[in-house]
Write a protein that binds this ligand. Structure first.
Ligand SMILES: [Zn+2]
Ligand SMILES: [Zn+2]
Length: 435
């Protein structure tokens, strides 16, 4: 209904040939052109009792992407130190063909991803720029959250190799599954085994312009990045003649400068200045300057890179974006770059089409539920042994189980589950064990 109203308003708006001044004016003051495909926002309020076109906000789950459109959502833009207002690195990229990709999944970011109103069946593709926890720490929340909310298949994870096998993505995911072994084994028995798997594609971190994904019109390529050891990479996602270039953590490197050139959206870290690390982040001076400027990219260096690359729109992230920090970072960038720029924070959304790029903020629920999709999970694997021993089973206190019988009878009738009613067998078994 909302879309119909919006469409009517838009039609009126376009017929009138009037474009509001400041349409798509980014938060950072960047003037950008309107987008046509999503018809996302903007327009004149046509009367005192009508719907106001949304100029600045994106309501997740309310806009269809155009066939030749990309939507990018910052689900994490912060630091390894956790804070409620900003999670660690994660960018959700949605393409007009219906595909969705998570680029990094840093600690705390899944709460933001979950608020984007996307069924978990579509959130099964993760690309890791490197293996610092602020770029992959919430893989557990995606893995288990999706498993318990309807993802029917294994997660797919792409990530770089390292100098040795133990420094690579395959090793990290194999040992992640060891770390969560109790979780995995028990959920496999109770829910379904398939969705608990992780299919890893590890690729050579040294590859340049290396195609790591090519499906349904979306091509993703990798490039080396320079950070704190061999392994980190940058990615380019190409779709419908559009290119989004995403660099995880890196110092200024020649591959980004060469291959992000002319990208529609170029996402690159810009660290806080050394003084800010010392003042706000409790880092000693000797560490503060190295964090900023020796294994990360300073605001001035970010600006220099973007001046060379000249993307249609540049995105700076990986700093706590607040009153104490953002102005000095912005001014640092502006010393060396005067082009279109977003100072990213969590829930910032960009719509990218050939006609224009808009920046908005998502307005989303704090208490998001998982969204139903069309997929159905396979049933539990009855062949696996019960991870609960008879000794523990015998400790069930049956009077409380019987107290829920009437309520469960109704559920069984309503959903025609009578033939799957496990209670008679359980009662019989527990009573025998308790004799
Ligand atoms: Zn890192
Ligand atoms: Zn990082």
């Amino acid at each position: 209904m909302r879309r119909e109203i919006l469409a009517t308003v838009m039609a009126t708006f376009i017929l009138a040939g009037v474009f509001a001044v400041g349409w798509g004016l980014g938060r950072s003051g960047t003037s950008v052109a309107p987008i046509s495909d999503a018809e996302a926002a903007g327009g004149i309020v046509q009367g005192p009792n009508v719907v106001a076109p949304d100029r600045y906000v994106y309501y997740p789950g309310t806009e269809e992407l155009g066939a030749e459109e990309i939507r990018v959502t910052a689900c994490g833009t912060g630091m390894p130190a956790a804070r409620r207002g900003q999670a660690a690195t994660c960018f959700l990229i949605e393409t007009g063909n219906g595909d969705k990709f998570l680029f990094d999944i840093g600690t705390g970011s899944m709460a933001n991803v979950a608020a984007m109103m996307i069924p978990y069946q579509y959130l099964d593709k993760v690309f890791l720029s490197h293996l610092h926890t602020d770029h992959m720490g919430d893989i557990d929340a995606l893995w288990a959250g999706g498993w318990t909310s309807g993802r029917p298949n294994a997660l797919r994870v792409w990530g770089p190799s390292g100098a040795t096998p133990e420094m690579g993505t395959a090793y990290a995911m194999e040992h992640f599954l060891k770390f969560v072994n109790w979780d995995k084994v028990t959920r496999e028995y109770k829910i379904t085994p398939v969705a608990g798997g992780i299919n890893v594609t590890e690729f050579d971190y040294r590859g340049v312009d290396q195609v790591v994904y090519d499906e349904n019109g979306v091509v993703i390529k990798s490039y080396p990045a320079i950070h704190t050891g061999d392994g980190p990479v940058s990615f380019a996602l190409e779709y419908a003649g559009l290119k989004v270039f995403f660099s995880g953590d890196t110092v200024p490197n020649k591959w980004f400068v060469e291959h992000a050139r002319g990208a529609d959206l170029a996402i690159h870290e810009a660290m806080m200045a050394p003084a800010q690390f010392a003042q706000f982040y409790n880092q000693p001076a000797q560490l503060a300057w190295r964090t900023c400027c020796e294994f990360h990219t300073s605001p001035q260096s970010f600006g220099k890179i973007m001046s060379e690359v000249r993307p249609r729109h540049a995105v700076a992230f990986h700093f706590f974006d607040e009153e104490g920090t953002r102005y000095a970072i912005y001014e640092g960038i502006r010393e060396t770059y005067d082009g279109p720029l977003s100072m990213a924070t969590d829930m910032m959304v960009w719509n990218v089409t050939r006609d224009g790029i808009t920046e908005r903020m998502a307005v989303s629920p704090d208490d998001a539920w998982s969204v139903p999709g069309t997929a159905e999970q396979p049933p539990p694997d009855k062949g696996k042994p019960n991870p609960m021993s008879d000794e523990m089973e015998a400790g069930r206190w049956l009077p409380a189980f019987r107290a829920q019988d009437a309520m469960l009878d109704e559920h069984m009738r309503k959903y025609k589950l009578e033939d799957q009613d496990w209670r008679p067998a359980m009662y019989k078994k527990i009573e025998a064990l308790q004799k």
